[in-house]
Write a protein of this length. Sequence first.
Length: 287
Amino acid sequence: MRPRPREPEVLRLHRQAAPGRPTALLFHPGALPVSVHRATAEALPDGVGMTVLDISALPGYRPPMREGEAEVGTLAELLEHLRKEWSPPPAGAAPYVLTGWSFGGVVAHALTASLPAAERPSKLVLLDSIAATEAYTRRDDELEVATLLSWFALYLGARRGRAVPVSAASLTGRDTDRGLTQVLAAAVACGALADDVTLPGLRKLYAGYVDGLLRNNRLTATHRPVPVDVPITLVRAKRGLIQDEEDLGWRPLAGAGLTVRQCPGDHYTMLSRPDAVRVLADEISRA
């Protein structure tokens, strides 16, 4: 008899808040391990707590673990699962901050908009997150291969601890296999991958990466974000997924004002580089 799959842990306490001190809840969409946020938690001031909510462990977002488990199709459905795992602190409790990295920022904003005014966080901190507005939403077939491959190279470099020097411009005009061949060669040359890694093996990893992006696309396809009356800080990575827009679409959704700050690193390494982590911890603790 096969053992029953173990339920993944959704809430991960990284640092306990001292009595009466504020805490941060960070929404993590997967891709990198939840432990990547430990550095930010440890950089927070004494007494400030941080818990990470692993979106990838929520039923419906994660791959089905058993027969009959349905996949969520909208962001609203995802929020229903989220509310079963977390609820706002009671009235009179210490203030809290909602923060989210990447797609987690979209979730944090949507959750804030759904809460009564008295239960909303004191601040939203969005980490290189792209707003799910019409101007920033793309159909699956509008995502260019060169763009996806360049994002994958960033992800691969972060996972392996070695930057993979491949840009979207250098991949322009290539199909997936030719582009992956270029990424593989660059990754082997810089030591991010061993020289016995094959193209089929890298193709499988790339397919899983793209599946995650497309899943987030589907979840936001019918989502229409509205402004929230909570101060928002957007921390942009120096080399983010999108380079040409300062506010990544968040300014119209920031009813109480938007602050934009840049940190070193790219979309993935911003969570682990010490100089970037200091920026993240500073913005979270400012609340």
